[in-house]
Design a protein around this ligand. Structure first.
Ligand SMILES: Cc1cc2nc3c(=O)[nH]c(=O)nc-3n(C[C@H](O)[C@H](O)[C@H](O)COP(=O)(O)OP(=O)(O)OC[C@H]3O[C@@H](n4cnc5c(N)ncnc54)[C@H](O)[C@@H]3O)c2cc1C
Length: 287
């Protein structure tokens, strides 16, 4: 349980951090909350020669709400959970992060760290997919914005380049006729999602005009449920329409079984949690 030897840097600006990441390349790892990286290092599953601790980079921290919502990569779950402004414009974010781990985990864990780590059972991954969020990054070649739908590429893998830093996550503010929800079946010890579902809907003239559903915990990557989304479009959002759409949730995604839940059980729970998330999102959209 002792990590191998590493050099430690604590840059105070994004530019300095990118410089270090470029200089040390594959040898270097970014340290944010450390709640995934440090256990991996202690178990010697990861042995970076250089740690670049980004915690002193103030510009990466905090939530700014103007025309849209900008959440700095270093913003902790605790800050998101208790942010007064967020509840009114994107309540699904505080709702989801309040379900993460325990208070120590929420005090340290960060949004950027969770997205970069891309744990298959993480909660925020499904939420950013359902919200169609944009992930802002900064690397040696400058800044870019990656759609959440293009970000998660495989188990624990993302579209981030090796020397790139996530700097922020951008979401739109939900207004009248829009609703979103996140529900999960948590692992009883860690609280990671055995299955979690996030849903976003928009109602126009009483019909569902936009629907996004994303599932986490069930497979190797958080996955949008295209068949369910299609089934909801144009419907009145009735209980019957939701039940029908939820039935096809998970049908075409890879679902994993492990010691915590079998593949069949997870497949069944994907439908149950999709139905719950959609039902709540629609109720919220109706106001
Ligand atoms: C006991 C326990 C229970 C947990 N329960 C849950 C749960 O219920 N639900 C849930 O979703 N999560 C859970 N987590 C995960 C936790 O909430 C954090 O989200 C997670 O550990 C990653 O965030 P971090 O800030 O700690 O990242 P770190 O551990 O510091 O980093 C993780 C990875 O991301 C990279 N990284 C970090 N920040 C950036 C950045 N800005 N740009 C590029 N790369 C970056 C690091 O190099 C590393 O590879 C749990 C963790 C623990 C220890």
């Amino acid at each position: 349980m002792i990590p191998s030897i590493f050099a430690y840097f604590a840059p105070t600006s994004v530019a300095e951090a990118i410089g270090l990441l470029t200089q040390y390349g594959d040898e270097a790892k970014v340290l944010a909350g450390g709640h995934s990286l440090l256990p991996a290092m202690k178990l010697r599953l990861a042995a970076p020669g250089v740690l670049i601790d980004i915690n002193k980079i103030a510009e990466l921290r905090g939530v700014v709400i103007n025309g849209q919502i900008n959440i700095g990569a270093l913003t902790t779950w605790h800050t998101i959970e208790h942010h007064v402004g967020l509840k009114g414009v994107c309540g699904v974010l505080p709702e989801a992060v309040a379900q993460i781990g325990d208070i120590q985990v929420r005090n340290r864990g960060t949004l950027g760290g969770a997205l970069a780590h891309a744990d298959p059972s993480a909660d925020a991954t499904a939420v950013v997919l359902a919200l169609d969020a944009q992930i802002r990054t900064h690397g040696p070649n400058g800044e870019r914005t990656i759609a959440a739908s293009d970000f998660f590429t495989d188990m624990l893998s993302t579209a981030l380049e090796p020397s790139e830093l996530i700097t922020a996550v951008i979401c739109h503010k939900l207004g009248a006729g829009e609703g979103a929800a996140y529900v999960k079946f948590p692992h009883p010890a860690s609280r990671y999602a055995i299955v979690g579902a996030a849903a976003y809907v928009k109602l126009s003239d009483g019909k569902i005009s936009t629907c996004r559903v994303a599932v986490t915990g069930a497979g190797p990557v958080p996955t949008r449920q295209g068949d369910t989304e299609q089934a909801m479009l144009g419907s009145d959002g009735s209980a019957e329409a939701v039940a029908k759409a939820a039935k096809v949730s998970g049908a075409t995604m890879d679902i994993l079984g492990d010691i915590h839940a079998s593949e069949d059980y997870r497949r069944a729970m994907v439908k149950v949690y999709t139905k719950r998330a959609l039902t709540t999102a629609i109720a919220r959209a109706r106001g």
